[in-house]
Design a binder for this molecule. Structure first.
Ligand SMILES: NC(=O)c1ccc[n+]([C@@H]2O[C@H](COP(=O)([O-])OP(=O)(O)OC[C@H]3O[C@@H](n4cnc5c(N)ncnc54)[C@H](O)[C@@H]3O)[C@@H](O)[C@H]2O)c1
Ligand SMILES: N[C@@H](CCO)C(=O)O
Ligand code: NA
Length: 430
């Protein structure tokens, strides 16, 4: 029998415990597919005594996770602690510097330090694998970096945060309040340690930054992204979207335009007939468009112990087999570092929902603002009758530029008859 691949696992939370138990549950087939047994021999976490549902008997315990970088007898390290700084970063850097391969689920680290990490692996030759970092169990990294490697990719998009998709789905289907559903998502192990990363769009941005780098052959650039989360998506907008034939989804979208690349994360209205509209709950979807292949859509569970462990263990099997790929699909010096396009240049259609006083002349004031910004309306919807009180007015625009919309929003918010900040959601025909 070939010698086993010996692992140190740093982090024994949702993902770490999931990895240890999956390696045990499917040991026979994993051994066959890896060509050798895979053994966890050392672990590190914050709390040694916690019951995680997996036995740690016989495993070496390290209080300091960074020790796994150089502890004798290990062939590779699995970093599933999280965080772009602190011990996760220190462990990954120290392991790679020592030539020890790393498998991680840490999108924050890859999106923030991916450029330097690529230089490090190019220097030492150690592998850094990160399938679990994007869209959990969906093999999105492999699909883009290997499966679609022959294509010029024109667009990559998707539902990239399971927590947000779960919240939006439960709010729509069960009418549950935002905070209640977020709490359940945390209990189910979907949310980040700081759930603000999920609901403010940061986690989806980390993933989109990674996908965009792979899709367009560019150095990963989180700062170039426009990022909005779902805190401001109300139950009213979810219901009104349904009336108009749309679903609200938090999407990440990066596309190759004439003058450069755009990358943005924000709530979107997608037509109910879109393949993305049907992706509900903790499911994620990744859509890519290539010049040779056309459109490819992958979907599957984007968070949780099993789906994430599935991706981590797939990377471990690749390591055992000696299958590797450049961190970003090609050597750093061949990547295209031209600047990204700003959000102000984005063109699209918009949904606007205003709470206006129900009195004569209000609609004339609103449409005058849109006229002045040269924004043309596709449809308008007014609900209810409450003289002297606030009622919702919904406007759907034709395509215009984001800069025009920003100007109109500022003026609409300033109208004396508009009593709440306007709600704006971009419409995407994906
Ligand atoms: N939960 C998911 O569905 C999911 C999916 C994909 C990727 N990820 C990523 O996987 C990683 C882990 O996520 P999780 O949900 O398992 O987190 P978690 O909070 O459930 O577990 C984190 C583990 O790391 C340990 N840890 C954290 N900081 C530490 C420190 N300073 N020193 C020692 N140990 C430390 C904790 O003790 C815990 O065992 C993160 O990078 C996350 O973004 C999570
Ligand atoms: N918090 C993340 C975990 C998966 O990366 C999510 O909800 O999608
Ligand atoms: Na994945």
């Amino acid at each position: 029998m070939t010698s086993p691949l010996k692992l140190g696992v740093a982090g024994l939370g949702t993902v770490g415990a999931g990895v240890v138990s999956l390696l045990r549950a499917n040991a026979d087939l994993i051994t066959a597919r890896a060509g050798r047994p895979i053994e966890v021999v050392a672990v590190s976490a914050r709390d040694r005594g916690r019951d995680r549902g997996v036995s740690l008997d016989g495993l070496a315990w390290h209080d300091d996770p960074v020790e796994l970088a150089t502890a004798p007898g290990l062939d590779a390290v699995v970093e599933v602690m999280g965080g772009s700084e602190g011990p996760a970063r220190a462990l990954v850097e120290a392991s790679l510097a020592a030539g020890r391969p790393v498998v991680t689920a840490n999108k924050a680290l890859l999106a923030t330090h991916g450029v330097a990490l690529a230089r490090l692996v190019e220097k030492t030759g150690a592998t850094l694998a990160y399938e679990a970092a994007v869209a959990g169990g969906i093999p999105a990294i492999k699909a883009l970096r290997e499966g679609l490697a022959a294509n010029r990719i024109t667009r990559v998009a998707g539902i990239l945060n399971g927590t947000c998709n779960y919240i939006l789905t439960e709010m729509r289907v069960k009418g549950l309040p935002f905070a209640t559903v977020l709490k359940t998502a945390q209990e189910l192990g979907y949310a980040e340690a700081d759930p603000g990363f999920d609901i403010d769009g940061v986690d989806a941005a980390h993933k989109l930054a990674i996908l965009a780098a792979l899709a367009f052959g560019r150095p990963v650039d989180l700062d170039a992204l426009h990022i909005e989360g779902i805190r401001h998506v109300s139950a009213l907008d979810i219901a009104l979207a349904g009336e108009l034939g749309y679903r609200i989804k938090l999407l990440g979208i990066a596309s190759q335009e004439k003058g450069g690349v755009t990358a943005r994360v924000h709530p979107c209205m997608v037509p109910e007939a879109s393949p993305l509209a049907a992706v509900e709950g903790v499911f994620n979807a990744v859509l890519a468009e290539g010049d040779a292949v056309g459109r490819v859509v992958l979907q599957g569970r984007g968070a949780g112990a099993g789906p994430t462990a599935s991706a981590v263990v797939a990377d471990i099997i690749d390591l055992a087999r000696g299958r590797t790929a450049p961190l970003w699909g090609a050597a750093s010096e061949t990547l295209d570092a031209s600047p990204a396009l700003p959000m102000a240049a984005h063109r699209g259609a918009y949904y606007l929902r205003l709470m206006v006083l129900d009195q004569p002349g209000v609609i004339a004031d609103v449409t005058a603002v849109l006229r002045d910004a040269r924004i043309s309306l596709e449809s308008m919807l007014q609900r209810g009758r409450a003289p002297g009180e606030a009622v919702p007015v919904v406007l759907v625009t034709h395509e215009c530029e984001e800069a025009q919309m920003s100007q109109a929003l500022t003026r609409l918010a300033g109208l004396p008859t508009v009593v709440e900040p306007p709600a704006m959601i971009r419409i995407e025909a994906l």
